[in-house]
Design a protein around this ligand. Structure first.
Ligand SMILES: Cc1cc2nc3c(=O)[nH]c(=O)nc-3n(C[C@H](O)[C@H](O)[C@H](O)COP(=O)(O)O)c2cc1C
Length: 194
């Protein structure tokens, strides 16, 4: 493969956009396909494809949001109309949202940990691909990734969990820099006897 300074530049400068600031247009059919294909091209020990994707776009976003608002209001009877309204609009913050579902096969040679990590890699590849296509992207879980009722709404099976909701759209504001760890603080070199 030829060297790709553009790719290195992207990896060293990529930042998430905030879902709340995303605007139309989102990725079109072909662009979304590219993003999902990149998501499915990640290291995957045993060729298990331990992930699947659920797309939310158009009116389905508001319909899902209405369910989130209902579940939230039932769980928090003291919630204000403003809070319930915010829940209803969660997914309409961005033109397209993709739920990445981790699905592990238990009791096989490939450890579950590795299968879960592969789902994380799928999320990250989607962020990188979306950024390369010029879109803003953000990986969120928020409360509804962990809620059993929402899981049922998504049709998740026993062995499935939400790895993240990938929000995708055009960026409307400039992104500021975020402090990154100092490499020396997180890196060491193993030596015999150390
Ligand atoms: C698994 C996972 C879940 C996340 N969930 C949230 C979330 O619910 N809310 C949030 O503000 N950021 C969340 N983040 C962080 C953002 O995706 C993102 O990393 C952060 O905004 C920093 O942006 P960066 O990609 O430019 O480093 C999550 C990150 C990961 C890896």
């Amino acid at each position: 493969m030829p060297r790709s300074p553009e790719t290195i530049d992207l990896l060293l400068t990529r930042r998430s956009a905030k879902a709340l600031t995303m605007v139309e247009p989102g990725p079109n059919e072909e662009e979304l396909r590219t993003i999902l294909t990149a998501g499915a091209r990640v290291p995957d020990h045993g060729k298990l494809a331990p992930w699947r994707f659920i797309i939310f776009r158009g009116e389905a976003r508001a319909a899902f949001g209405a369910e989130l608002a209902r579940i939230h209001a039932a769980a928090q009877p003291g919630a204000t109309a403003e809070q319930t309204g915010f829940e209803a609009n969660r997914l309409t913050r961005a033109p397209v949202v993709v739920a990445v579902i981790s699905r592990v096969t238990p009791g096989i040679k490939i450890p579950e940990w590795e299968q879960v990590l592969s789902a994380g890699a799928a999320c990250q590849n989607m962020l990188v691909a979306a950024t390369a296509l010029g879109f803003g992207a953000q990986w969120l879980t928020e409360w509804y990734a962990f809620d059993p009722q929402v899981n049922a709404l998504l049709g998740l099976k026993e062995n499935e969990k939400v790895a993240g909701f990938i929000y995708l759209g055009s960026e409307s504001v400039a992104k500021d820099e975020r402090p990154r760890p100092v490499l020396a603080d997180i890196t060491s070199e193993w030596r015999p006897g150390s």
